[in-house]
Design a protein around this ligand. Structure first.
Ligand code: ZN
Ligand code: ZN
Length: 256
């Protein structure tokens, strides 16, 4: 029985920065650090989060919207950057206090069991993370280029699901982006649209009988709207009784 369940708080999500924290037992694990140090500390303060409690900074991949504050926050918080070798290399994070993670492996870090999961994205060694603490399992999966071939065999028994729902297909197709950028977003190295997100959620929900909440994340500012993301993802995810849905916002923290 959990007296004190973990809190999962998204500090902000979208192409201008991504960062989420899991807090339990006076320890905080950060997933991505895509805001600069000042912004990160301000966002944490707004949610009453003590940066001295951060025990690790997980990084999914080396794009700027995921690593912008990693170096300085790691120093300020005296917390290791934890990422795959490709991400450490690609993000030039190798001079830091860091810990290399391997895909498909689980490590224990200050009471957080962290499983690193391979995904497709246009960086060196991108990954998703499944984090378990106090018996609560949370999957963080953003910047997922494609769900084809995605190995979900380790993504089981999820309680909280933080998953990309980047764009609406029609808005992207008819929107202002140049063709090369549209093609990059649609490609296997790009981002999931709302429909793909729903399809992924459906397959994860089948193997997660205790799924409690879903937060759609990394929404495109130009090519998506929260209402569209929710409506389309829910339509394709099918009926999930008792599961709550929300959308992570770029500029305001949201608790899962
Ligand atoms: Zn990315
Ligand atoms: Zn991103």
């Amino acid at each position: 029985m959990i007296n004190n369940p973990p809190r999962i708080i998204n500090l902000g999500s979208g192409s201008r920065g991504n960062s989420t924290v899991i807090c339990h037992d006076e320890k905080i694990l950060m997933v991505d650090c895509g805001f600069n140090r000042k912004q990160t500390l301000l966002k944490m303060a707004a949610m009453d989060l003590n940066p001295d409690q951060v025990c690790g900074i997980l990084i999914t991949h080396e794009h700027g919207d995921h690593i912008k504050g990693a170096r300085l926050c790691s120093q300020t918080m005296d917390a290791p950057v934890m990422a795959t070798a490709g991400t450490i290399n690609g993000g030039n994070l190798s001079i830091l206090n860091n810990q290399t993670l391997r895909c498909s492996e689980t490590i224990d870090h200050h009471g957080f069991a962290i499983t690193t999961l391979k995904i497709s994205h246009d960086t060196k060694e991108p990954c998703a993370f499944l984090v378990e603490t106090a018996g609560v399992r949370t999957l963080f999966a953003t910047d997922v280029g494609t769900i084809e071939g995605l190995d979900i065999s380790l993504m089981t028994d999820i309680d909280y699901l933080y998953v990309e729902s980047n764009h609406d297909e029609t808005m992207l197709r008819t929107g202002p982006y140049p063709a090369f950028l549209k093609n990059r977003i649609i490609s296997d190295g790009g981002h999931l649209n709302n429909r793909q997100s729903g399809v992924l959620i459906k397959s994860l929900a089948v193997q997660s009988p205790h799924l409690k909440a879903i937060m759609l994340a990394h929404l495109s500012h130009e090519n998506n709207e929260p209402e569209k993301a929710l409506a389309t993802a829910r339509q394709h995810a099918g009926d999930l009784p008792g599961v709550s849905w929300d959308v992570a916002r770029q500029n305001e923290p949201t608790e899962l």
